[in-house]
Design a protein around this ligand. Structure first.
Ligand code: ADE
Length: 420
């Protein structure tokens, strides 16, 4: 079996951590058991490009139980958990191509390695696998039934491809599912981002001015958790509706250039480029922390910051690079500007990835069950799947909900009722 991982000896520790995460993933466990009985992926090859974490490992094992022949590459050069990669190879015989800290060339080599597998199903997180396949690896396209995409950023890229008529197979937008973005993006990103900032710096958040760029689901989560830790949170936005929501949620809202001189900690999760730019660096406080929690490492203009710095950045702690400005101020970039929650912490906790990855698994099955019936478009996960995942998650948490009485059901479905 071919693979490329850091160190095979890390496997036993990785396996323990994969098992630990599985105890928080009851929905995926149920899906895995069903897959074991039904074998929906028998004879199918699945190529995945995802963050190599304990949660992803549980997803890969569920697919394998369903009969799939799975291979996995990292979806970010800095997000791989090397012990998990080793455990997948040693204990589950799943080829993994991922090394934490790999350079960009190796990252692309790893993506190409999983495409050599000639997949039937693609699982992507950020759309690099799908875009490589369309641009440079058309030889790997012949068996493809379709694919799934995990993130907001990836889905934006896919929709652009579909609009251009460039998408050559159906893709399922997992992020569109309510049981994905309402929980993973908000509570997962919120908690794990602050976890990453804290693990990288050991900073006290209480009393700090925390500037959160954007007020989408991820940024909302970050703002909420930063406030919970005692931070004075400032939100920046470009969308008036989201800005208004942030205001009414009790956050200060202002343009980035006004937030720049007062912020102590800056976190971006917008999906856009140069959100923290040179004119912001010029006025930031000495000691400011800059972190990104968006999918790509484009939100902090690191190239511009490097040009402004009077010397090469110094690694003052793992995941903290310090840039010295001409006036002596020091600005600290966390996790090389890559997703801080996966670079310096362990990514979203298993309990939310449980629902995201149940969506992934069931979306992949949907592609198989509807083979030949789907167009080369971006599809949302069917609402029945979303509802089912929510129901199973609640049951696993031992939480019951009410059901409508016949009278209430009738009332909701009638148009004659009104003022009495
Ligand atoms: N994205 C964010 N957190 C993650 C995790 N724990 N596993 C896989 N992908 C993730």
């Amino acid at each position: 079996m071919e693979y490329d991982i850091k160190n095979a000896e890390l496997a036993p520790g990785g396996r323990l951590r994969i098992d630990w995460a599985s105890t928080e993933m009851p929905v995926l466990k149920g899906v895995k058991e069903r897959f074991h009985d039904d074998r929906p992926f028998a004879g199918m090859r699945v190529s995945a490009c995802m963050h190599v974490t304990t949660e992803t490992a549980n997803l890969m094992v569920a697919l394998q139980q369903g009969g799939a022949d799975v291979v996995l590459a990292a979806s970010n050069p800095l997000s791989t958990q090397d012990d998990v990669a080793a455990a997948l190879v040693a204990h589950y015989e799943i080829p993994v191509y991922a090394i934490k800290g790999e350079d960009v060339e190796t990252y692309h080599k790893h993506i190409n390695a999983v495409l050599d597998h000639q997949p039937h199903i693609i699982m992507d997180d950020g759309c690099d696998l799908v875009s490589t396949l369309h641009k440079n690896r058309r030889d790997a396209k012949s068996n493809i039934i379709g694919g799934t995409e995990e993130t907001t950023t990836g889905i934006i890229r896919l929709r652009a491809m579909a609009k251009d008529g460039a998408l050559e197979f159906p893709m399922m937008a997992v992020n569109d599912a309510m049981t994905k973005h309402l929980f993973d993006n908000r509570y997962g990103t919120g908690q794990s981002t602050m976890d990453g900032v804290i693990r990288a710096t050991n900073y006290l958040i209480a009393g700090k001015n925390v500037v959160v760029a954007g007020y989408g689901w991820c940024s909302r989560g970050i703002a909420m958790r930063a406030r919970g830790l005692g931070g004075n949170v400032i939100v920046t936005e470009i969308d008036p509706l989201k800005a208004l929501e942030a205001v009414m949620d009790g956050f200060r809202v202002m343009p980035m250039i006004e937030a720049a001189p007062i912020g102590d900690i800056f976190v971006s999760a917008t999906g856009n480029i140069n959100v923290f730019d040179t004119h912001h660096f010029a006025v930031m406080k000495n000691g400011a922390l800059l972190a990104n929690s968006g999918h790509f490492d484009v939100e902090i203009n690191i190239r511009g910051l490097t040009k402004m710095a009077v010397e090469q950045p110094k690694r003052v702690r793992p995941f903290v690079d310090q840039y010295v400005m001409a006036d002596g101020r020091r600005l600290n970039v966390l996790g090389e500007g890559r997703l801080i929650n996966l670079a310096a912490a362990e990514g979203h906790p298993a309990s939310v990835m449980d629902m995201s990855f149940a969506n992934q698994a069931l979306a992949a099955r949907y592609l198989i069950d509807n083979q030949g019936k789907l167009e080369n478009k971006v599809y949302s996960v069917p609402e029945e799947i979303d509802q089912e995942i929510a129901r199973i998650k609640l049951a696993a948490m031992d939480i019951q909900v009410d059901v409508l009485t016949t009278e209430q059901d009738k009332y909701l479905n009638s148009w004659e009722e009104g003022t009495v």
